[in-house]
Ligand binder design. Structure first.
Ligand SMILES: Cc1ncc(COP(=O)(O)O)c(C=O)c1O
Length: 423
């Protein structure tokens, strides 16, 4: 059935490690290859069409190939693809972000989420003159040494990480502000707390009531820089991201994904006095050849303008579609008497095959991996593509229609029946 993808994968493996350019793209025995995407769907090298719930791991909030965005990029690149001197559009984009995001007094553009969080952490360390960083188990901030420490959800994820770097990062359980308070009491060298305000990299895990408020209170009382990693939630949960959604103002926030609707652009944003520490005026070095790339800047301006102009239509629509899909999946799960938890918020959801409440990495890990894999395969057979890993999140875009939702619920129903029968 996937014969073209199979031969492309055989070819890829000879020149690309494991045949993929990012590990989560690989699954057994080989992934399908994409040729195009439009709206809510992706077309494959085997001429199959899938309704996509991976949506560029959350980047494509408006949908694949959203014309306002692609037209803006097409018209921009005729005038050049890189200048490495400033452009007026970079100011325009920074102004748009500053207007949308409450904490964003100043903005520096970078290219990826990883670059944004890495530099935000460096800034926080420099500003507080303290070495240690607190992150939460199951939260993902990119693939670099400071944020991939053991122990935890990413335990054993990588060789080559030096202990001297990762030992400066303390890993605490998500949704447990008391452990944060205790660690800060015991260790006066903590300068930075970084958190995904909604955790979307251990499945989807929501902050419990008051959790984010408590983190804000504790960090403020101890002069610790609080970074909201809004790489997933930024512009997705609300125009002003999780900061707006939960009414909390971090000191710094990082954005990527939905701010460019599929184009590689990211931002570090936050308090003026901290942001001004960036070089060349400040002493925190950060640099990039491609930062402020004109094509990506124009994609981001177009995306944020669409989101700003139609926010009263877009955010309720994606949340409604998500609610409909989730309630259809719940009906099917009850029908087949399967143990489950579904977490959802706004345009994001994930199903866990456990009846335990999923509120941190330990409970997320209880989701049965074999059942999840069976679900993934069965959905794919029925034209629905979800992220292949149980530790990711399903994303709805503005382009997903009611028909897509109905077809998805039907596919989940049939797939969950197969999961049940396989037990
Ligand atoms: C919350 C979060 N932060 C940071 C990153 C890293 O972003 P990038 O893959 O653009 O480097 C990701 C990527 O999935 C993410 O989900």
């Amino acid at each position: 059935m996937l014969s073209n993808s199979k031969s492309l994968f055989d070819r890829a493996q000879k020149v690309i490690p494991s045949g993929v350019n990012s590990p989560v793209r690989y699954y057994d025995p080989f992934p399908f290859f994409a040729v195009s995407g439009k709206g809510s769907t992706m077309r494959t090298a085997d001429n199959e069409t899938y309704i996509d719930y991976c949506m560029g791991y959350g980047a494509l909030l408006l949908g694949h190939s959203y014309s306002t965005v692609t037209e803006s990029v097409k018209s921009r690149i005729d005038g050049g693809s890189l200048f490495c001197v400033p452009t007026e559009e970079e100011i325009q984009l920074a102004e748009l972000i500053s207007k949308a995001v409450q904490c964003a007094e100043m903005i520096r553009l970078v290219n990826t989420g990883m670059e944004a969080t890495m530099n935000a952490i460096r800034l926080a360390r420099a500003f507080t003159k303290k070495k240690k960083v607190v992150k939460f188990d199951g939260c993902y901030h990119g693939a670099y040494d400071y944020v991939l420490p053991k122990p935890g959800f990413y335990d054993g994820i990588s060789d080559g990480i030096i202990h001297e770097a990762s030992s400066q990062t303390l890993v605490l359980p998500y949704n447990d502000s008391e452990s944060l308070e205790q660690v800060i009491k015991d260790d006066d060298d903590v300068g930075c707390v970084i958190v995904e305000p909604v955790a979307a990299n251990m499945g989807l895990v929501l902050p419990e009531k008051q959790y984010l408020n408590e983190i804000r209170r504790i960090t403020r009382q101890n002069d610790i820089v609080l970074i909201f990693d809004e790489v997933v939630t930024g512009f997705r949960l609300a125009l002003g991201g999780a900061g707006e959604f939960f009414g909390i103002k971090p000191d710094l926030a990082t954005f990527a994904k939905a701010m460019g609707n599929g184009f590689p652009i990211a931002a570090i944003a936050g308090k003026r006095e901290i942001m001004q520490q960036l070089s060349p005026s400040g002493k925190v070095y950060q640099a990039s050849t491609y930062a402020g790339n004109p094509a990506c800047v124009s994609a981001s301006i177009a995306t944020i303008e669409v989101l700003g102009e139609a926010k009263n239509e877009i955010y309720p629509k994606v949340a409604r579609t998500c609610d409909n899909i989730v309630s259809g999946i719940k009906d099917a799960l009850k029908n087949f008497k399967l143990d489950y938890t579904i977490n959802n918020i706004g345009s994001m959801f994930q199903l866990f095959f456990t009846d335990e409440k999923v509120k941190n990495a330990v409970s997320a890990n209880k989701s049965d991996p074999i059942m999840f894999r069976k679900l993934f395969d069965e959905l794919l057979k029925r034209g629905v593509f979800i992220p292949p890993s149980r530790s990711e999140t399903c994303f709805i875009s503005y382009s997903h229609s009611e028909d897509d939702a109905d077809k998805t619920v039907e596919s989940y129903y049939e797939s969950l029946r197969e999961v049940k029968q396989s037990l």
